[in-house]
Design a protein around this ligand. Structure first.
Ligand code: PAF
Length: 281
């Protein structure tokens, strides 16, 4: 696996790879866990070459968020990527992605609103902007994203459709199912922030979600099931619940009940850590 940090090197290396097959891009911010490695494997199964990017994107962090504290472990991540058969690692410095005078922002209305968009103003503009740049830099035939960030995936697909992107086209933007710990907690780089006590309390989040989904399936009104879900999460030791909502899985329009396309979305805070999860209803 080669590692490149400048756009010139990236262009050279991706041209070489493209000459011998298809390219898949897996964008990440590093601090890789098994969920990321599953993305690499999916990409490897579908494309001849996998390009992984590691870039902690400052534009998607709000004021007071964890940009400086975000775990950075390039040497360890490189070893993991190498072991997964990744061909090329794109690991630019911030100035390579946002040189002096950088002025452009991509904002995807609608799907960026509500859920994490409400609690993290500007976050999805930062994600859409950097992902559009990564697509243009690498020009992959396909790209892979985790479904844990379901709203992020919806924003990226909407952007690709609206801007007529071709490398990759919207149909070649693949979502990969959430990878969970044995107790059900969705894998996330931010789980590393949890103390041992918080880590064991955090399992209440997916468990309460499953209970709410079972209650809705057994005809409990959704509002009642979601109120019980919030209560269980707080009782388990979480400090707050940012949202617990049913939304349409594609448009992310809010739903009052399950109409066959509903997905449950939850974000909750424990200590200084914000955890998100989503499940089909
Ligand atoms: O999901 C992430 O890790 C990031 O939001 C992404 C897609 C790499 C953009 O910075």
């Amino acid at each position: 696996m080669k590692t490149v940090t400048t756009l010139v090197e990236l262009r050279e290396q991706t041209d070489l790879l493209r000459a011998t097959g298809t390219l898949a891009l897996v964008p990440t911010m590093g601090a890789l866990h098994k969920g990321h490695l599953t993305l690499m494997r999916e990409a490897r199964a579908r494309a001849d070459h996998v390009v992984a990017s590691i870039f902690v994107n400052p534009r998607q962090f709000g004021q007071g968020e964890d940009l400086d504290a975000y775990p950075r472990q390039l040497a360890r991540d490189s070893e993991l990527l190498q072991a997964e058969g990744v061909s090329l690692l794109w690991a630019p410095a911030p100035a390579e992605v946002y040189p002096a005078g950088y002025a452009t922002n991509i904002s995807v209305a609608g799907v960026s609103d509500g859920l994490c968009g409400a609690d993290r103003p500007g976050h999805f503009d930062g994600v859409a902007t950097v992902v559009c740049k990564l697509f243009n830099q690498v020009r992959p035939d396909m790209a892979f994203f985790g479904e844990k960030d379901w709203q992020q995936l919806a924003v990226i697909r909407r952007m690709a459709r609206d801007l007529d992107l071709t490398f990759p086209s919207v149909d070649a933007i693949h979502g990969v199912g959430i990878v969970r710990e044995a107790d059900g907690l969705a894998m996330s780089s931010r789980n590393a922030y949890l103390s041992p006590t918080q880590r064991s309390q955090a399992a209440a989040l997916p468990q309460a979600m499953q209970a709410a989904i079972a209650a809705i399936a057994a005809s409990t009104p959704a509002a009642e099931a979601l109120a019980a879900l919030r209560g269980k999460i707080l009782a388990a030791g979480f400090d707050s619940v940012d949202y617990a909502e049913l939304r349409d899985r594609d448009s992310l329009a809010p739903l009052d009940s399950d109409n066959g396309t509903a997905r449950l979305f939850v974000a909750a805070r424990i200590g200084g850590t914000r955890l998100i999860d989503n499940m089909p209803v």
